[in-house]
Design a protein around this ligand. Structure first.
Ligand SMILES: Nc1nc2c([nH]c(=O)n2[C@@H]2O[C@H](COP(=O)(O)OP(=O)(O)OP(=O)(O)O)[C@@H](O)[C@H]2O)c(=O)[nH]1
Ligand SMILES: [Mg+2]
Length: 130
C-alpha cells in the first residue's frame, strides 16, 4: 500500500491549541484533527503545511518547528504524519471548508476524539504543556 505523506499543524497560543473536525465523508470522519493535508509532489513539508492551513482554516504560518513524525497503518490507508508546532501565525482561525473548529485547552485535549495516530501526539502535548 502506498504511504500518504501528510503535514499537520499544532497551532498553539498560550495554553490552547486550535483544532478542526473532519467532515463525515472524509477518512477518519467526524474526528478532531490538527489541520493539514497531503504533501504534493515538488512541495516541502513546510510549504504543504503553509498552503493547507491557509486553505482549510485561513491562517498564515509565520513560524513552525518540526514536532514529531510518525507512520500509522489504518488498514485501509497508511499515513506518514509530519506534525509541526506552529508558534507564530497571523489571521483568525475559521473552518473554510464548513468544518467545525475550536480553540481548546491543551489540558483538556484528551476529551476530544482524535484519529488513533494522534494519541501519541495528544499525550506528548499534555505532558509538555502541563
Ligand atoms: N490533517 C490531518 N490528517 C490526519 C491527522 N491524523 C490523521 O490520522 N490524519 C490522516 O491523514 C490524512 C490527511 O489527509 P487530509 O484528508 O487532511 O488531506 P487533504 O487535506 O489533502 O484532503 P483531501 O484528501 O480532501 O485533498 C487522512 O487520512 C487523515 O485521516 C491530523 O491530525 N490532521
Ligand atoms: Mg486536510
Amino acid at each position: 500500500m502506498k504511504i500518504v505523506h501528510v503535514a499537520a499543524g499544532i497551532i498553539v497560543r498560550d495554553q490552547q491549541v486550535f483544532i478542526s473536525k473532519r467532515n463525515s465523508e472524509q477518512h477518519q470522519g467526524n474526528k478532531w484533527e490538527f489541520p493539514g493535508g497531503k504533501v504534493e509532489s515538488g512541495e516541502s513539508v513546510l510549504e504543504a503545511l503553509t498552503r493547507e492551513l491557509k486553505e482549510e482554516v485561513n491562517l498564515d504560518v509565520l513560524n513552525a518547528d518540526a514536532f514529531h513524525q510518525l507512520e500509522f497503518d489504518y488498514g485501509d490507508k497508511i499515513v506518514q504524519l509530519d506534525f509541526y508546532l506552529v508558534n507564530d501565525f497571523t489571521g483568525v482561525g475559521k473552518g473554510l471548508e464548513g468544518q467545525q473548529t475550536a480553540w481548546v485547552n491543551i489540558s483538556e485535549l484528551a476529551d476530544y476524539n482524535f484519529p488513533a495516530a494522534n494519541q501519541v501526539i495528544v499525550e506528548m502535548l499534555m505532558t509538555q504543556f502541563a
